[in-house]
Design a protein around this ligand. Sequence first.
Ligand code: FDA
Length: 577
Amino acid sequence: MSERFDTDVLVVGSGPTGATTALALATYGIRVQIVSLWNWLAHTPRAHITNQRAMEVYRDLGIEEQVHEQATPWEFMGDTPYATSLAGEELVRQRCWGTGDKRKSDYLVASPCGLVDLIQPKIEPILLKNASERGATFTFNTEYLRHDQDDTGVTVFLRERLSGREYSVRARFLVGADGARSKIVDELELRVTGELARAGTVYTIFDADLAQYVEHRPSILNWIVNPNTSFGEIGMGLLRAVNPWTRWIAGWGFDLSKGEPNQSPEFVKQQIKTMIGDPDIEPEIIETSLWYVNQAYVPQWSVGRVFCGGDAVHRHPPSSGLGLNTCVQDAHNLAWKLAYVIHGFAGLELLESYSVERSPVGKQIVERANLSRAEYAPLHACLRVDGASQPVAEGIRRFRDPGPEGQAARAAMLDAIRLKDTEFNALGVELNQRYESTAVIADEDLKPEKFSKDPVLYHQATTRPGAKIPHVWLVDKGGQKVSTLDITGKGMFTLVTGLGGQCWSEAVNALDFPYLKSVMIDSAGARDLYCDWQELREIEESGALVRPDGVVAWRHQSAPSDACEAENLLASALGRI
Ligand code: FDA
């Protein structure tokens, strides 16, 4: 008799990682249950910058429009001032998140999706609602205690926080999406490499109508160069728009060696008023909290049937806005693999590729986010005179001085602000991930990839196995534009061919796998009228096999001689994944 499972996958945590995992699994027809410690989803703004890769996941899962309805649009995100106060003198202004004229087209050609700004209390309900509608179940006020795993499944021990009742759930797999203090990572004894709480920040949510100071230069981040908020690596205060332009967060660094910083309402209000710089504006404080800068990652993300993702395995500061975005992509990578194993389309070995593919990304973003903080140093040097009795005030005076010292400071600012593009216009950091694993079959004669431009700042489109399929606009039967990302994904493997790849399509039909389809570019539903696919595909009108997460799994340079050869090649490739 086959074993009975209460659910196929139990997910601990309803944050971006857990909720996206549940949504994807439910979309792929898998029974999934989420448990979460608290009575509801995130109640503070936390993550907000949503990059194109995360938006592509939302598009693939059919929630992109709902995200746009709730989000602050791209054009409000990035005309970012560095000023003595919001109402005060502007020292320099930076175009961020690809909103500047020079960079916008790089972002537009890289993806069918733009960026948006969407806070966690708005995205999490969208994920939860759609996951629930597709069959996922959610259990709040439930604490994960521990688990036992064996050859066929995982027994997970839980406690209802309201009643204290303890019970267990039997699942085929367990996902630890339980955040930066992950009990599951500890229980699995996964090694955490790096340093936790190496710096601290005060964050205060407040209400004030500041439209008059930002509408002409809309930005969700506003940097305040002021002696009162100058502590730490970033060394500036931050006014972050939560709901443009009436709800905000004020943030500033504090000295960990001196214990907890002053959080009294009087002090916090005075800090905010200094940062706004308009004595007539009275901010209404909603909540003050502290958060700490981590620089730690976990090299191995899974043990047997238990898989960890999100902040549980990559812990880093918000700089570069990579946290939620990486969580969403972890979830997308893991969910189709779990679904394929549960549906019987693939063996358990497929799941080993999850950690192999995603843990290098985790390490990369932890290092990047922390480097983004360190790279404020040259900017400080332009605006600060170390050793002066009032270093910041003296630095600002010098920066505006017409004499040689002022000229030198302004000249140095050009390099300093361009360096910050590696945080604020880092399209390559966001899009250039390449996977090497058993779920990717490299070309036989693969040479190391050469980037034609800076791989931090610029995206490089390629069909090399392990990269995401390049986005280009094709044209459907009705003449509407449709992305290469739209004709792939959605839980299926897709063999992308050209008109000359007829025998590939015949091979896909002959194989008749429920998870495999073919798309012939330049056929009626997907015309390459702009010739963009031809320019980027790097193979002849042959086959590129694209995984459900949009990653190229394998490609073949030229069309095989007949359908029989194509079938053998394709079956062999799929058999190796
Ligand atoms: P998350 O911490 O969100 O969720 C953990 C879940 O596990 C919760 O549901 C909790 O209830 C549950 N849980 C924990 N222990 C449990 C237990 N024992 N039993 C049951 N449930 C348990 N990112 C980004 O991409 N762009 C950005 O702009 C920012 N900005 C930003 C600003 C600030 C101030 C912070 C603090 C963070 C960001 N981030 C960010 C990072 C982002 O917030 C973070 O990466 C994600 O919330 C992590 O999502 P997870 O789902 O992994 O964990």
